[in-house]
Design a protein around this ligand. Structure first.
Ligand SMILES: Nc1nc2c(ncn2[C@@H]2O[C@H](COP(=O)(O)OP(=O)(O)O)[C@@H](O)[C@H]2O)c(=O)[nH]1
Ligand SMILES: Nc1ncnc2c1ncn2[C@@H]1O[C@H](COP(=O)(O)OP(=O)(O)O)[C@@H](O)[C@H]1O
Length: 187
């Protein structure tokens, strides 16, 4: 792909548990310079998650303010919590010509499609429904009722796959990470 036809803004979406974070971590291990937007969320941190690294963990009131002040490029409610992309950091990166990667849900991807028409929307799909359930359950980070809620969302997300520019099936983390790295132009 010639450099100037590469997308500057790439959105990675897919159902909870499909392996988005695992793939992105793999990409960044090989290319620490790859910039990933850090979202704000009202969800509680999981063990090991750090404020400002995995997410900016905010209160409901703080999220209200971020939204009211127009500080989010997009935001959505997902399985009982709100998540949003801080606008300024993304725009600064894009203005300086650096590739930007967003890992956000379907509703967020749709908003980005509306506001940034040249964004590349990539859907990460599981090899099968059974494997998605296995991964989400096996991760062990959510109680059963939250898993149920996330699987309900997953049905809707999987049905929206045709809206995306490209689908990658997460069978092999290495393969998907390689394909995405080529796409986001980190060489
Ligand atoms: N719209 C939107 N979705 C986000 C954002 N940050 C994370 N998400 C999505 O919110 C969903 C839940 O994220 P999380 O609670 O971290 O669970 P996980 O993706 O299963 O590890 C996932 O689909 C994320 O991609 C954001 O800034 N905006
Ligand atoms: N290609 C893969 N094969 C097998 N297990 C995987 C694969 N990708 C991710 N996983 C596992 O699936 C679980 C969910 O992955 P995670 O990256 O947290 O998903 P997401 O960020 O999409 O919610 C984790 O336990 C992870 O180790």
């Amino acid at each position: 792909m010639p450099p100037d036809s590469r997308p500057r803004l790439t959105v990675l979406s897919g159902p909870s548990g499909v392996g988005k974070s695992t793939v992105v971590a793999h990409m960044r291990k090989a290319h620490p310079e790859l910039w990933l937007s850090v979202s704000a969320t009202t969800r509680r941190p999981r063990p090991g998650e750090k404020h400002g690294v995995h997410y900016f963990f905010v209160t409901d009131e703080e999220m209200d303010k971020l939204i009211a002040n127009g500080e989010l490029l997009e935001w959505a409610e997902f399985a009982g919590n709100r998540y949003g992309t801080p606008r300024t950091a993304v725009l600064e990166r894009l203005e300086s010509g650096e590739p930007v990667l967003l890992e956000i849900d379907l509703q967020g991807a749709r908003q980005v499609r509306e506001s940034m028409s040249d964004a590349m929307l990539v859907f990460l799909a599981p090899p099968s429904w059974e494997e998605l359930v296995r991964r989400l359950t096996g991760r062990g980070t959510e109680p059963p009722e939250v898993i149920t809620r996330r699987l309900e969302a997953a049905r809707i997300e999987l049905a929206a796959e045709p809206e995306f520019d490209m689908t990658l099936v997460n069978t092999s983390v290495e393969d998907v990470a390689r394909e995405l790295l080529a796409l986001v132009a980190v060489v």
